[in-house]
Design a protein around this ligand. Structure first.
Ligand SMILES: *[C@@H]1O[C@H](CO)[C@@H](O)[C@H](O)[C@H]1NC(C)=O
Ligand SMILES: *[C@@H]1O[C@H](CO)[C@@H](O)[C@H](O)[C@H]1NC(C)=O
Length: 198
């Protein structure tokens, strides 16, 4: 009897998985402005909100010797404008790749992203096509209790030539809000597999 109940419980769980709605915070983009210099590279970013994923594609027309990425993120609570989080940082892609190829954590994260397509592996970045298809981050229902947030993201890439002269090659601006919605296509991923800290 106990066994039967257990089996039944499993069947019910299996059936309900993916059909029960869960509350999740998902981004709603208001604006996506994508710019490439078209000389060093061209790129595109598309987002599908129904089956949430991002596709990124990039065509490198000339070898990129060295690349810096500048990221600015501002997150504001719509109910409480005093609650603001900002990130404003510049990272060197070639150094990150060096790290990703050497450290176990780097290899893990790099391996996770690599599953989604053909990504930049080394510097200098060779001419060719790079893409990330159907990328989505792992979701966790507990984040749905966060207040609704507005976001603004600036993503710029700079090429550095041999004399360290910087040329802007990518300049993307995204803005929108995170809204709590009922979803039935939660995407658990690597974070969901990590042990929870109670
Ligand atoms: C993203 O790429 C996948 C695989 O090529 C494709 O099936 C999907 O329709 C693309 N999504 C968008 C929003 O273009
Ligand atoms: C980010 O930092 C740069 C200089 O370090 C500054 O010019 C820019 O205004 C900052 N952006 C934000 C949103 O604070």
């Amino acid at each position: 009897m106990l066994l039967y109940t257990l089996v039944l419980a499993h069947v019910i769980l299996a059936l309900s998985h993916g059909s029960l709605a869960e509350k999740m915070m998902r981004p709603k983009f208001k604006e996506m402005k994508i710019w490439s210099d078209e000389k060093f590279l061209s790129h595109k970013v598309v987002y599908d909100s129904s089956d949430p994923h991002l596709n990124f594609s990039m065509e490198v027309h000339q070898e990129l010797l060295d690349v810096d990425v500048h990221v600015e993120v501002r997150i504001t609570n719509k109910q409480d404008p005093l609650y603001t989080t900002t990130l404003n940082t510049t990272l060197n892609v070639c150094r990150i790749l060096g790290f990703a190829n050497k450290s176990p954590v780097g290899r893990f994260v790099h391996g996770f992203i690599r599953e989604f397509g053909n990504i930049v592996e080394n510097c200098p970045v060779a001419k060719g096509s790079y893409f990330i298809n159907k990328f989505w981050w792992p979701e966790d229902p507990t984040t749905a209790i966060l207040p609704e947030l507005e976001f603004e993201i600036v993503w710029q890439a700079m090429h550095l030539d041999a004399s360290k002269k910087r040329t802007l090659v990518m300049n993307d601006h995204f803005s929108g809000e995170f809204v709590v919605q009922d979803v039935n296509n939660l995407k658990p991923g690597i974070f969901a597999m990590l042990p929870k800290i109670a």
